[in-house]
Write a protein that binds this ligand. Structure first.
Ligand code: NAD
Length: 509
């Protein structure tokens, strides 16, 4: 179905999944990538053996000094060229993302646009790796701080953003002077191969050595090699909280650094003063966009009792309009789940909702028949529940939206919104300034992202992205997230002829 696109991206039907740049190898088992769109095999990628992995590490070790010695704005120039290549290939890469992962073509294009945006951001940032200057307490002394590259950065990424999340890490790590090793999701290996090829071509055209950007392919086992490896200064891992807990312990055990971007359980609070038209659009896009497989997908709507029935009716009416099918057909709103395991998890969640006493307003189900041969297409669900249900407290990576009623003041809604283990994204729909400001205050949302009159999903790259509690605490992308990819050094210079000690301590010889 996408042979033309694969050709444009330079990908064969059988690809080696380990790369140090221009060199591609891989002796491990072959992973077949099946499209959830039609269930067909797209191609095969060989996974990395331990020997392949060690070759990658050697290349990264020998490239890291060369790359770190290149001035940061010149590293930015390489990232600029990468961004330009992405502009040229936006259409074909966006289509591959859509076909391999199953998100809509528009969202596939959006992902590639995010890659372009972070490249632009990183180019500017490459001239702004600022440290402070500090006034010394000692005469004729000067203090300042500077940021140096960390060395090797390992990137582990999830299936649902198979290209953008890597690029957030890659663009910043590269301008910071780090070399990168990526283990993409085993569910979307061709997207990873495509991105590595595009970047490797840019590095080659600039006569840069092997090992600046590398790719390894495989499942959790290969991810564990990265987490355990002392040579990797920072492991940036995006995925489930279950994975993050394992990576955090392994990396902490060797006192390495980790940057964790894990699961969410995102809510929109709808107060009596909400603009309901905006609320419905925001909630529906947040819940069914990417078939509920965004870390920022809207999972819970916390609605005031006075408008509860009205919101419920508008939502259930809106769900009747949702067209489900081939995500490459722009008429459809929702594509498939990633695989049949995800469909099973969705079905188990529906059973749990019923078992815990929830009411299904839109009851869901697996779609069968023409166009649904992959068996990955499901109907979205709306359920009335209590926030305390175990299933509501869990992130189910599927289009299941929970309606929860609150009474009284907005503080009660905020308390419900915060009563989950995760802390990624949150939103309030209100035209009341007091409610909005309270939600954004220290007594408001406990999430890393808090929005007013916008849904929970669809972040821009300019802001720092990430969340609190079981979401892992990491921040990526914009603002000063670049600092995670560098080590900070404080420098004190004495240009006097004496050696006064700090805190006035006397020491005479
Ligand atoms: P997953 O945890 O199953 O896998 C993510 C990646 O981690 C894969 O590459 C996998 O091979 C690897 N992995 C799994 N176990 C590992 C281990 N023990 N050690 C090292 N690596 C390991 O997640 P998924 O199903 O691919 O993605 C969905 C999850 O990702 C959801 O929970 C979603 O919320 C989360 N996510 C979070 C963000 C964010 O920025 N917070 C962004 C995207 C996805």
């Amino acid at each position: 179905m996408i042979k033309k696109e694969l050709k444009a991206l330079g990908i064969d039907l059988l690809v080696n999944g380990t790369s140090t740049g221009t060199k591609w190898f891989g002796q491990g088992e072959k992973i077949t990538s099946f499209s959830p769109v039609d269930g067909k095999s797209i191609g095969q990628v060989s996974s990395s053996t331990r020997k392949d992995y060690d070759k990658v590490l050697q290349a990264a070790e020998s490239a890291k000094k060369v790359w770190a010695d290149i001035p940061a704005p010149k590293r930015g120039e390489i990232v600029r060229q990468f961004g330009d290549k992405l502009r040229e290939l936006k259409d074909v890469l966006g289509k591959l993302v859509s076909y391999e992962m199953g998100k809509s073509y528009q969202e596939g294009l959006g992902e590639v646009q995010e890659m372009i945006d972070i490249c632009d951001f990183a180019v500017g940032q490459s001239r702004q790796l600022y440290g402070f200057t500090i006034h010394s307490e000692r005469p004729s002394h000067r203090m300042y701080e500077q940021y140096h590259p960390l060395g090797i950065v390992g990137i582990i990424s999830a299936f649902n953003f198979p290209v953008a999340v890597w690029s957030w890490n890659a663009a910043l790590a590269l301008i910071c002077g780090d070399v990168i090793i990526w283990k993409g999701s085993e569910k979307t290996p061709l997207c990873a191969v495509a991105c590595q090829k595009i970047l490797a071509d840019v590095l080659k055209a600039n006569k840069l050595p092997e090992g600046i950007s590398s790719l390894v392919t495989g499942d959790a086992e290969v991810g564990k090699w990265l987490a355990e490896d002392k040579r990797i200064a920072l492991v940036s891992a995006t995925g489930s909280t279950r994975m993050g807990k394992q990576v955090a312990v392994t990396v902490a055990n060797r006192l390495g650094r980790s940057l964790l971007e894990l699961g969410g359980n995102n809510a929109i609070i709808v107060t009596p003063q909400a603009d309901l038209k905006m609320t419905i659009i925001g909630a529906v896009f947040g819940a069914v966009g990417t078939a509920g497989q965004r870390c920022t997908s809207t999972r819970r709507l916390i609605i005031h009792k006075d408008i509860y029935e009205q919101v419920k009716k508008s939502l259930t009416d809106a769900y009747k309009q949702i067209k489900i099918g081939d995500p490459l057909n722009t008429k459809n709103h929702m594509g498939p789940l990633i695989d049949t395991d995800a469909v099973q998890n969705y079905l188990v969640a529906i059973d749990k909702i019923k078992a815990e006493g929830g009411t299904l307003l839109v009851k869901g189900g697996v779609l069968k028949g023409k166009g649904y041969e992959s068996e990955c297409y499901v109907q979205p669900v709306i359920a009335e529940v209590e926030n305390s249900y175990e299933i509501v407290q869990t992130e189910t990576f599927a289009p299941i939206l929970y309606l929860i009623k609150y009474e009284g003041e907005v503080e009660n809604a905020i308390a419900l919104q915060n009563q989950v283990a995760q802390g990624l994204s949150s939103a309030i729909m209100t035209t009341n300034l007091r409610e909005a400001e309270l939600f954004l205050s220290q007594n408001g949302s406990d999430c890393g992202i808090a929005n007013v009159n916008i849904g929970t999903s669809g972040a821009e790259i300019g802001g720092a992205f990430g969340g609190e509690k079981e979401t892992g605490g990491g921040r990526e992308s914009g603002s000063d997230s670049w600092k995670a990819y560098m080590r900070r050094q404080t420098n004190t210079i004495n240009y006097s002829t004496s050696l006064p000690l700090a805190q006035g301590i006397k020491f005479d010889l």
